[in-house]
Design a protein around this ligand. Structure first.
Ligand code: AMP
Length: 336
């Protein structure tokens, strides 16, 4: 798949110049790239006298709270949403991939006809947005925020640098996934020059594991199942398992990546029971195996090596569908 890039810099510059009150948002269950990108853009807009608000459709991950000082990241509040949404001059939608992942925030944007700017490193799915700053070859949305801000001649403060560095660190698996490029490292080096401390950033994000996450990890790793001659490794995480560990679904971040590392495994899937009729799948892969195709077969999407899906069926129904999809992709993949 070739990379796609659309950079409406001049149009976005015009939107920023004309407007004042901007919504910044990202996908459901935001990750470090979404949060870091939001915070970097927020501080830039504030620094030029604008009024940005970060409003997401779900709560923020605890391990990225260090990027905030004043509850900059809000969860959508149904009561005051209509009053607020009609006042936005434009909405910056970050790291979204698929519009449906904006949930209620997306519906409010549409209802109030808020002009939209999409900043993303996922392949473009549709023409839903008014302007795009999108490059599917970028390692992270944080990298595109860097490009946008430098394109706008922004002064990069240490706060912005920390947010950009964290976003990129999160989406590149700490600069080791295949999306990591020379440019990624160049941006990281510039962030270090601005004062970012890589050890503390890593420590905040990954070096402060809640014990319940470790308990959950022990049980999850003991329940891995293998198929397709050991090329597929998958695991179910039931509500009961979360309860036993005292953990939440947020504690699962990184598990699918870890399972992909097992020798001989080409694709890993973590299947999370969200409800009787709701299942979340996290796909990871390597080599020729395309996770995006895999996720698409179950109604989701994402990147070649990391993708996801939310399916409105219970996990017991989803497992055979997942196995069938894996088998088909594996047999159509040449060098497996
Ligand atoms: P996750 O396994 O939740 O960490 O998701 C990995 C990647 O898959 C995300 O960064 C998104 O690019 C994508 N993704 C996750 N869930 C969905 C979904 N329901 N629909 C489309 N893409 C998704």
């Amino acid at each position: 798949m070739t990379n796609e890039a659309i950079r409406d810099l001049e149009a976005i510059k015009g939107v920023i110049e004309k407007g004042r009150h901007f919504l910044i948002t990202t996908h459901v269950n935001p990750d470090g790239d979404g949060i870091g990108s939001e915070i970097a853009l927020y501080h830039y807009l504030k620094s030029i006298g604008k009024k940005p608000s970060i409003v997401n459709c779900s709560s923020m991950p605890e391990n990225f709270r260090y990027l905030t000082t004043n509850q900059e990241v809000q969860e959508l509040n149904e009561d005051d949403s209509t009053a607020v949404f009609k006042d936005y001059d434009a909405a910056f939608v970050l790291d979204i991939g698929n519009y449906a992942r904006l949930k209620e925030v997306g519906q409010l944007i549409e209802f109030h006809k808020v002009p939209t700017i999409c900043i993303d490193h996922h392949p473009k799915e549709d023409d839903k947005f008014d302007h795009y700053f999108l490059d599917s070859g970028a390692s992270a949305t944080g990298e595109l925020i860097y490009d946008l801000l430098t394109g706008l001649d922004a002064e990069l403060t240490l706060t912005v640098a920390n947010a950009i560095y964290s976003a990129i660190m999160a989406d590149t698996g700490s600069f080791r996934f295949s999306n990591t490029t020379e440019k990624t490292h160049r941006i990281a080096a510039e962030m270090l020059k601005l004062g970012v401390n890589p050890e503390s950033v890593w420590g905040y994000i990954y070096g402060d594991l809640p014990p319940e996450r470790v308990s959950l990890q022990v049980e999850v790793l003991s329940k891995i199942q293998y198929d397709l001659d050991g090329k597929l490794a998958w695991v179910i995480v039931s509500k009961k398992m979360l309860e036993r560990a005292g953990a939440t679904s947020k504690n699962l971040e990184g598990f699918a990546d870890y399972i992909r590392n097992i020798r001989g495994v080409k694709a890993s899937v973590v299947i999370l029971e969200l409800g009787d009729d709701l299942t979340k799948l996290s796909f990871r892969s390597k080599g020729d195996f395309d996770s995006n195709l895999f996720a698409k077969q179950l109604g989701g999407g994402g990147h070649k090596y990391a993708s996801g899906a939310r399916v409105t069926r219970g996990y017991k129904e989803v497992v055979p569908e997942m196995l069938k999809a894996a088998k088909e992709i594996m047999s159509s993949t040449s060098k497996n």
